[in-house]
Design a protein around this ligand. Structure first.
Ligand SMILES: [Zn+2]
Length: 1033
């Protein structure tokens, strides 16, 4: 009570704030002192879930910021935290008046409006890729820093469904002081509450260890919503502004379900309820401070009503604090954590384990969403990969041609649209597939539109006519074209030119697949030399052909190729340049019923790495022999279905979120047909699975591509598999089951966000064991025994499990309907009738061999070469154009380093924080022109410490030398992950742990780069701003 009023007087002054906390904290943890409660007003605003972003803005989100700004400015004690940046930015750009903007700046300065996380969204943690998580955080942080000079330092991951070990690492790298999570397994949370272990220091990366540790707070069982039960009333709790109304806010400002107002009569029961809750929660924490989130989903849109009830209630509690044993104060998240930090306790350490999967209660395993809306998951990853390609190309163009003909503001606008769309879908009800169908459509539409804009940019960068871009590789219909991103070539001209771009900073040899209309072709490179190619009828569409071309591309380089359709098969020519015409051999449909003996008639398919045996008694894969380690492993692959219950009265149901298998999986087919197309570039094995013997159409298919040896460099270990599934029968969840002889004891490994592999040992539970042994797979999963490892790499997220020894099953698709009132009300039943075509790369080999290659393979799958059809070049192919790859040395990083980002963000702020703040405070020119000369570069070491004797070593490189293909590096500064901190000035709070008792600020290193030399250690991600001089030709 006493110190609260002191706090309020001084809080506006940042320097003196610390002194106040020193004073406050002298009382922490002292027996008999009142519990200090930090009431944090907030509104959880899903960036898409049941309603689209536009609907949400209209119904409540804009009102949150308008009314909160008004209300905070009226009473100086009031506080609010702003979380999802997409809504805030939409409000700032399209709704806020000049007066509101001025008020916001003042509230930020006073520390009363605090930006938390600062990303565009509160990203999902299970099915998102590291590259996209960083993007969405960077997108929000860039805006906040440029506009307000603000750098968020606290996380608030209150709603993602489980917690990944990658997130704490990224937040540490972004300069955060604390992390906050909430949704973790229910029985785990119970145990942590009872033993007061909800707070700990998390070392999310086993390689980076304490270097990127972060203090983590787990919310207690009440999570982020104010308790909604009031023992003295039928009203819904502490929400006086009621429930948001869609589509329009009520004209009279009176919302349904508003709580009883706080009056003389009600204030005591309200206070009693609140105090009891505070005391209950205080018992679960080690310090005397309680974090009391005040709000919930879609709250504070009518915040005058909300605050005018909160004010007197809190005043009443403080007036009676002796009796209640509790004080309450409005607070931001930083104020709460500063108090906890000042308590100076020693905290437990948590290593690199994550909190996945997540169950809320028995038979409520949130493991279904790993596979919900496969199409959306695929489009999101395609868009992300296309964005990376466009960013790296535009950066190269800007450095080479600062005065080039492509308008830079137009180009940046295209890139920003796609950055925004890719960021948005990372929301925890976005890429998860847990949204309503109309919101899923909204994400796809935003992604598609922005990708088409970027296609126009790519066309312009290659000095091509604009209209060609539309018919190119990214027409919206081509999203689900299958494994190889088969790129359609338009028209029936007898000659077609294509450009192929490699967005990776490694030299690569790869096979591209171009869908063409004619059955004969020859392919030539830009030197006029014939290129190995193969043509055959398409696996995906009738009447078209797959043209496979082997491309060799330098790091960040592109090449032009000519496809000549006029060439006929060359029986007479001495040197044949014609694409090899591959013809298929059919194997008759075999019924499971007739299956007597198997394994008698095996058909081998060989390349330099493997001998694959296909069983002619079943038309299934029988075994794979890895030729390098001379080990044969029995491997069979087929499809199985879980049949979900859709009637809540009959037992647990499956829905968007939840997987609750109604028994074991059943075989999904009665007969299998096979076609083998032996080739010189790839040999294709097409397996068609029929639900019934006599069915005309197959239900599922696998197309396996075995690379044949063509020159050196084409990886022979990569077995590409493209699947086709759907439309599914209702209440079906389909898995691809790979059954092997590996003795893995039902233990599997799957990745957290493509950043690190997690060991997933099979666990028995009292209930729901099957569903609780499902895990997310973003890029990779594998099973292994002492000798061998079977690895699957993925182009999008799925769910994975090992339900039996030697088995690895991947849930690829789900279609569900149920009669749960809540699901029906929100249209969240997942009646997804689409056909999906995901791709996996399968690798079998020794543990050592696969340890060396899986990280890079996963990145190569994500960032496959970009194929663009182009018009006839204006000059002969052999004549080099400016900007063509051979005009400059390629950009090639050492094999352990991945070029995570190379972009021109466009932010315009001084590298010096003081100078930038001075500029903002001067009030002048607050909408700066984009800075087109600042290049953002991120490098990531892709290996774990000790993973490989050579590749796990720290890598030292001279950036001036490595990047000379881009231009002359003139200036280099190291920044925090999202660019907002100069790392040499970044001081994160240090927390005492048993193994590290010395308490001081954690100093990030920096100041490297005077001679442009940097060292990157295992799993490090380092971010730089670069400036280049122009390249001379
Ligand atoms: Zn949410």
């Amino acid at each position: 009570m006493v110190y609260r009023s002191i706090c309020n007087v001084l809080r506006a002054d940042k320097m003196r704030l610390l002194a106040v906390f020193a004073f406050v904290c002298c009382c922490c943890g002292v027996r008999g002192q009142p519990i200090q409660t930090f009431v944090i007003p907030h509104s959880h605003m899903d960036v898409g879930w049941v309603y689209t972003i536009q609907e949400s803005m209209h119904a409540y989100a804009a009102n949150v910021y308008t009314s909160v700004t008004e209300e905070l400015s009226k009473v100086k004690e009031r506080r609010f935290i702003a979380v999802e940046q997409e809504f805030f930015r939409l409000w700032w750009d399209t709704v806020a008046s000049d007066r509101h903007k001025k008020l916001v700046r003042q509230l930020i300065k006073e520390g009363r409006l605090e930006f938390i996380i600062g990303g565009q969204v509160m990203h999902d943690e299970a099915v998102t890729d590291l590259e996209d998580e960083i993007l969405q955080l960077t997108e929000g942080h860039g805006f906040l820093y440029e506009t307000f000079g603000v750098r968020p330092q606290f996380s608030w991951h209150v709603d993602p469904f489980g917690a990944s070990a990658t997130t704490p690492v990224l937040f540490a790298l972004a300069g955060f002081n604390t992390h906050l999570i909430s949704r973790i397994d229910y029985d785990l949370k119970d145990g942590m509450q009872n033993s007061k272990k909800l707070q700990f220091v998390w070392r999310g990366s086993p390689s980076l260890k304490a270097q990127q540790e972060i203090f983590t707070h787990t919310m207690d069982q009440f999570s982020y919503c104010t308790p909604s039960q009031l023992p003295f009333s039928n009203s819904s709790g502490f929400y006086w502004n009621g429930v948001a109304l869609f589509p329009d806010p009520p004209r009279d400002g009176v919302y349904p379900n508003m709580s009883l107002p706080v009056t003389k009569e009600t204030v005591h029961p309200y206070a009693k309820t609140m105090v009891e809750n505070i005391k209950q929660r205080a018992a679960w924490f080690r310090t005397n401070h309680v974090l009391w989130p005040w709000g919930c989903d879609k709250q504070f849109y009518n915040s005058s009503v909300q605050f005018s009830n909160m004010d007197p209630l809190m005043k009443y509690i403080n007036q009676n604090s002796k009796e209640f044993g509790v004080t309450v104060q409005y607070a931001t998240l930083s104020e709460y954590f500063q108090s906890v930090h000042r308590s100076n306790l020693t905290w437990d350490v948590r290593g690199g384990e994550d909190f996945l999967p997540y169950s809320t209660e028995p038979y409520q395993a949130w493991t279904g969403f790993y596979a919900s809306r496969n199409v959306l998951k695929g489009v999101a990853r395609r868009a992300s990969s296309r964005l990376h390609a466009a960013e790296t190309l535009f950066t190269q163009y800007r450095i080479s041609f600062p005065d080039g003909p492509v308008p830079k503001d137009w180009a940046l606008e295209k890139l920003r649209s796609l950055r925004w769309a890719v960021s948005e879908v990372q929301h925890h009800d976005g890429i998860t597939g847990t949204e309503s169908p109309q919101v899923a459509d909204m994400y796809v539409q935003h992604l598609t539109q922005a990708m088409m804009g970027v296609e126009e940019l790519l066309a312009a960068l290659f000095l091509l006519p604009h209209n060609l871009a539309i018919s190119g590789s990214l027409s919206s219909s081509s999203f689900e074209k299958g494994s190889d991103q088969a790129d359609q070539v338009p028209g029936s001209a007898l000659e077609q030119h294509i450009i192929v771009y490699n967005p990776l900073a490694w030299n690569i040899t790869a096979v591209i697949n171009v869908t063409v209309a004619l059955p004969n072709a020859a392919v030539y490179d830009d030197d006029g030399q014939p290129v190995p190619a193969q043509i055959q009828t398409s696996a995906q569409s009738n009447g078209s052909y797959d043209l496979f071309v082997v491309v060799e591309l330098a790091g960040l380089g592109h090449r032009k190729y000519l496809i000549d359709f006029s060439e006929k098969p060359c029986s007479t020519k001495p040197k044949c340049s014609h694409a090899y015409e591959a013809k298929g051999v059919w194997f008759e449909r075999l019924s499971m019923k007739d299956r007597a003996k198997t394994g008698r008639r095996l058909l081998p398919v060989l390349n330099d790495c493997y001998k694959l045996m296909f069983d002619q008694d079943t038309n299934l894969l029988h075994s794979v022999t890895s030729l390098t380690d001379k080990r044969r492993v029995k491997v069979t692959q087929d499809f199985w279905e879980y049949h979900a219950n859709g009637d809540v009265k009959a037992g647990p149901i499956s829905d968007n979120y939840i997987f609750s298998a109604n028994g074991s999986a059943e075989r999904a087919y009665e007969a299998v047909e096979m076609e083998i197309i032996p080739g010189k570039i790839v040999t294709e094995i097409r397996q068609y699975f029929y639900r019934e013997d006599a069915d005309k159409d197959h239900a599922y298919s696998i197309t396996t591509r075995v690379p044949e040896r063509v020159g050196s460099g084409l990886p022979c270990h990569r077995l590409e598999q493209a699947y086709s599934l759907g439309p599914l029968h209702l209440n079906t969840e389909v898995v691809l089951r790979t059954s092997t002889a590996l003795r893995n004891n039902r233990t599997l490994y799957s990745d957290d966000n493509g950043y690190q592999m997690m060991k997933r040992a099979y666990k028995e539970f009292a209930n729901n064991t099957l569903a609780r042994n499902y895990f997310p797979m973003v890029r990779a999963a594998h099973i292994e025994d002492d000798l061998s490892r079977l690895l699957l790499l993925s182009d999008r997220a799925h769910g994975v499990s090992s339900q039996a020894n030697g088995q690895l099953e991947v849930m690829l698709h789900r279609r569900l309907w149920n009669n749960l009132t809540w699901n029906l009300g929100y249209n969240l039943t997942l009646n997804d009738s689409s056909v999906v075509r995901p791709t996996l790369w399968m690798v079998l080999g020794s543990r050592n061999a696969t340890s060396r290659l899986y990280q890079r393979e996963a990145i190569e799958l994500q960032h496959r070469p970009v194929v663009m059809p182009i018009d006839q070049p204006r000059r002969p192919l052999t004549e080099k154009e400016p900007g063509s790859s051979s005009a400059a040395p390629p950009v090639v990083l050492p094999p352990s380093l991945h070029l995570l980002s190379l972009s021109i963000p466009g932010w315009n702020y001084s590298s010096s924080h003081e100078v930038h703040l001075g500029h903002i405070n001067s009030g002048q020119d607050l909408q700066p022109e984009p800075d087109y000369d600042r290049v953002l570069l991120r490098l990531m070491h892709i290996y774990e410490e000790g993973e490989d004797p050579e590749l796990s070593k720290p890598v030292t490189l001279n950036l001036k030398e490595v990047l000379q293909g881009l231009g002359e590096v003139r200036a280099l500064e190291e920044r925090s992950l999202t660019g907002t901190w100069d790392v040499s000035s970044l001081q994160r709070w240090e927390w005492k742990t048993a193994d590290k008792l010395q308490k001081n600020f954690q100093q990030c290193r920096g100041s490297e780069g005077k001679d442009f030399t940097v060292t990157v250690s295992p799993k490090e991600i380092r971010t730089f701003f670069l400036r280049f001089g122009s390249r001379n030709f």
